[in-house]
Design a protein around this ligand. Structure first.
Ligand code: SF4
Ligand code: SF4
Ligand code: SF4
Length: 366
């Protein structure tokens, strides 16, 4: 069956000149590319570290703690450990720091992680733009299909949240975090991408090609992380806010919104899909008509500056990361010797888990 697809996003032409408002767009791009470069460097360094270990040689580089940003489920377990035990998990402390930083920035500036820091969000944007170039438009399923599809990411997140916060007892969480599997889960994840199965390649291929023609295919419909930060964004004090008294009803904001929101009809954009990207703010021709601010601006001049929300969001994330580092919760407690031994026996059943129950062994006290 061929789905009826309709074009929904008309991208405005390239910016003609830089205005103070448009600076926020450039700032966002700089932050996105910087973060993407950092993540790529982490990936390269981790590869240079893990490959020699797997081959029984000693690497010449150290393990980058930032690789734990790829372990969100482990980070959720670490958060539960923190709440229950009052201590930071010593195996993957950086993952917990990054997770808390992401949640904090998204609960203050609605869902801002997606539009400022997530490299997949940037890739998704670029693929969407490629689609515009190739076929002149981007597509979205009709509303009757779009709404249930958007629910998929909440189902996925709900499953993970249920598993971590409800299905597992505190003792099981502790056992999992201390398990052999959890100690090498980063290497397992690396192998998943470095040595992909045909199914993995097929799924990734579908998502990449699909994202060219359907804007934000992964982010809009499937990403459980996006569901989490979207839900947190509902509580955010800083949201896109429209001043209806000076709005000219030109629809420019709605036309550029990548989340396909009817911005021109809203006083405050409270949607779970809004990433605080500020594309609508940049597109609005009326100065200060659209801003990211609290319900009641504290000091009008400060909150009306377009870059304020960006700096607040990224600043909060960095504060958490630096705070964890300063407190000594950044590097794993696993020694190189232990990694060296374990990574050479990674095929052992010891490094598996079934439905969240991992194999156990006597491990050094955490
Ligand atoms: S929805 Fe997921 S992949 Fe997309 S930008 Fe947000 S966190 Fe990243
Ligand atoms: S409403 Fe504005 S800030 Fe939110 S996603 Fe749409 S364009 Fe971005
Ligand atoms: S772009 Fe600005 S003026 Fe135009 S409809 Fe949106 S909020 Fe109103």
């Amino acid at each position: 069956m061929t789905l009826p697809l309709t074009p929904v996003i008309a991208f405005r032409p390239a910016l003609r000149q830089s205005t103070p408002v448009e600076k926020v767009l450039k700032l966002r791009r700089v932050i996105q590319w910087t973060m993407t470069a950092v993540v790529l460097l982490i990936g390269v360094q981790f590869s240079l570290w893990v490959m020699p270990h797997l081959a029984g040689r000693w690497p010449s580089v150290s393990r980058p703690p930032g690789v734990e940003s790829f372990l969100p489920i482990d980070a959720m377990l670490g958060l539960r450990h923190l709440i229950h035990e009052g201590t930071v998990d010593a195996i993957h402390p950086a993952g917990l720091a990054i997770f808390i930083g992401i949640c904090l920035m998204s609960v203050v500036v609605a869902k801002s992680f997606c539009s400022y820091l997530c490299p997949v969000g940037l890739l998704s944007e670029l693929l969407g733009r490629l689609g515009i170039r190739l076929v002149g438009r981007t597509l979205t399923p009709p509303r009757w299909l779009d709404i249930p599809l958007r629910g998929l990411k909440f189902l996925l997140f709900g499953f993970f949240a249920w598993a971590v916060w409800y299905a597992m007892s505190p003792r099981e969480v502790e056992a999992f975090l201390a398990s052999p599997y959890a100690r090498v889960v980063d290497a397992k994840m690396w192998l998943f991408f470095a040595d992909p199965t045909r199914l993995t390649i097929a799924v990734l291929g579908i998502l990449v090609v699909g994202s060219i023609f359907v804007r934000d295919l992964w982010c809009r419909y499937l990403c459980p992380y996006g569901a989490l930060v979207g839900l947190l964004g509902r509580f955010a004090p800083l949201k896109v806010t429209r001043d209806p008294e000076i709005c000219t009803d030109c629809h420019s904001c709605t036309d550029v919104c990548p989340a396909r929101l009817q911005v021109h009809t809203m006083q405050r954009v409270a949607s779970i899909e809004c990433t605080s990207c500020q594309d609508c703010v940049v597109a609005c021709p009326v100065e200060s008509c659209l801003v990211v601010r609290p319900p009641k601006p504290l000091g009008r001049r400060v909150w009306l500056r377009p870059v304020t929300a960006t700096l607040v969001a990224v600043g909060l994330y960095l504060v958490v990361i630096v705070g964890f580092q300063a407190a000594g919760h950044w590097h794993t407690s696993i020694t190189e010797e232990e990694y060296h031994r374990r990574l050479q026996e990674l095929d052992s059943p010891l490094y598996t888990h079934v439905g969240g129950t991992a194999m156990t062994e006597e491990v050094p006290k955490r």
